[in-house]
Design a protein around this ligand. Structure first.
Ligand code: ADP
Ligand code: MG
Length: 244
């Protein structure tokens, strides 16, 4: 469903991605991890064309991204994205947050958007909050609304960029639970996260990045159970995050 071939990207003279190649099949859950600054956010942003790239090819559900200008709204509406900092509109109610893009980008009527949005709000367990404003919800609840909002667009893939790393510890679980449920329902997901419990539970594959390169792209079993087979960088990283 998603194919990256030899992607390289520079910020001025700084090469942030070097020759990244991978593909993601429908229904796969891929966890992307690696040290801070290794290019994880940049890599997933290229997939929904939030960041241009200078070399290589990306195809998302048959749409070629290189040099693409015309199909951007269509592409973005099919790729759901949830960031570290929940980016709900603070001046809009939860209901309005859920329905705005459905109406503006997909052209849905208000009632259709509402029905659709509330269905997903229910799925993340927050129906009772529909008339509140983001500031009246906890961080974990806001992040669950952000997930419901992305799902309301009927995406073919969901990208998560460290969705739990800005949350208070007691709220991490409720967001991960929603993500686990989504994975079990068969959603195609690419998740930048260091929540290794989540990775062990639901991921199919792990991508490990370092200095803008994909160093490992392997099954979860190899990553967690066969450390001898891993590169020294990945081994070192894993030992640091698993020992805490
Ligand atoms: P990660 O998500 O793995 O922490 P990023 O993809 O955010 O890494 O960043 C990779 C590298 O690119 C970092 O060194 C970062 O400083 C640099 N970088 C990110 N965004 C920009 C930008 N807009 N301009 C210049 N450098 C950037
Ligand atoms: Mg990042």
């Amino acid at each position: 469903m998603i194919e990256l071939k030899n992607i390289s990207k520079w910020y001025a003279n700084f090469q942030v991605l070097t020759d990244c190649t991978t593909s993601i099949n429908k229904g796969e859950v891929v966890v992307v991890c690696g040290p801070s600054g290794s290019g994880k956010s940049t890599l997933i942003k290229t997939i929904n064309a939030l960041e241009p790239f200078q070399a290589g090819e990306i195809t998302v559900d048959g749409i070629q991204l290189h040099g693409l200008k015309t199909n951007l709204p269509k592409l973005r509406s099919r790729v759901g994205m949830v960031f570290q900092h929940f980016e709900l509109f603070p001046h809009l109610s939860i209901t309005e947050n859920l329905t705005l893009a459905q109406m503006q980008v997909l052209g849905r009527s208000k009632s259709a958007a509402l029905e659709h949005g509330l269905q997903y709000l229910d799925r993340v367990g927050l129906s009772a909050q529909k008339d509140k404003f983001p500031g009246q919800l906890s961080g974990g609840q806001q992040q669950r609304v952000a997930i419901a909002r992305a799902l309301s667009m009927d995406p073919i893939v969901m990208l998560f960029d460290e969705p739990t790393s800005a949350l208070d510890p007691e709220m991490v679980g409720e967001v991960l639970d929603v993500m686990v449920q989504l994975a079990n329902d068969g959603m195609t997901m690419i998740c930048v996260t260091h929540e290794m419990g989540f990775a062990k539970k639901v991921s199919d594959r792990i991508i490990f990045m370092d200095q803008g390169r994909i160093i490992e792209d392997c099954s979860k079993d190899k990553f967690f159970s066969d450390p001898v087979a891993l590169s020294p960088r990945a081994k070192d990283f894993l030992s640091k995050i698993l020992h805490h």
